[in-house]
Write a protein that binds this ligand. Structure first.
Ligand SMILES: Cc1cc2nc3c(=O)[nH]c(=O)nc-3n(C[C@H](O)[C@H](O)[C@H](O)COP(=O)(O)O)c2cc1C
Length: 191
């Protein structure tokens, strides 16, 4: 698939629609390497990738169950998350590793990490896999489980697998979201 075709045809797949097999080790290495080419203010590499598959998925489910046991507030999200975990081949948890001794803002570091999430999804898609980017109410639990720093944040849990069936999402035209600007006319709709 060429790059433009991959960009135009990417879509999200609900976790229930992501079947085995997920990417193998070699494919995963290639996917993660593409995330290392995102624009990165200050070249700080302010992201970390945690691959969770096989026994790791079972361990995560068990730990989340322990952490959320009886916590009514999080029960719905938790049940939803756990159900999806058991039906998904693998996940990559992307979190920030924020550098403090730099003039690069935390926002810029988070944005670079978010770009890494998108590269992962795009690379997986270009290789024939499907994925979805989740930000879940389980962030605090994941922070605990992954041993993250206080200022670090889960940017995404990227589930990957083989789509049950592929289809193309209908996309809106960029033109409805795009303007042209000059000083005299200000913002004008793109035509
Ligand atoms: C930062 C971010 C967080 C997201 N979190 C969730 C989420 O928690 N749950 C979910 O179902 N989808 C989540 N998504 C995926 C969107 O639901 C999905 O991109 C959207 O439905 C559009 O579908 P598409 O990617 O096929 O265009 C997230 C996407 C982004 C960019």
């Amino acid at each position: 698939m060429d790059a433009i075709e991959a960009l135009l045809s990417r879509r999200s797949y609900a976790r229930g629609c992501l079947l085995q097999p997920g990417p193998n080790r070699e494919e995963l290495a290639q996917i993660l390497q593409t995330a290392m080419t995102v624009p990165d203010h200050g070249n700080l590499k302010p992201w970390r990738f945690v691959v969770i598959q096989g026994q790791g998925m079972k361990d995560l489910e068990g730990l989340l169950r322990t952490i959320y046991d009886g916590e009514v507030e999080n029960e719905v999200y938790f049940q939803h998350f756990v159900e999806e975990i058991v039906n998904t081949p693998m996940m990559i948890c992307v979190y920030t590793a924020i550098s403090q001794d730099t003039s690069v803002s935390i926002l810029d570091q988070q944005l670079a990490g978010a770009a890494a999430c998108e590269h992962i999804l795009l690379a997986a898609h270009a290789m024939g896999f499907g994925g979805i980017w989740h930000t879940q109410e389980t962030d605090n639990a994941l922070r605990q489980i992954m041993g993250m720093g206080e200022k670090d944040q889960v940017l995404g849990i990227i589930s990957l697998g083989t789509p049950k069936r592929t289809s193309r999402a209908k996309r809106k035209s960029f033109a409805d979201y795009t303007f042209e600007w000059n000083q005299e006319s200000g913002l004008q709709p793109w035509e």
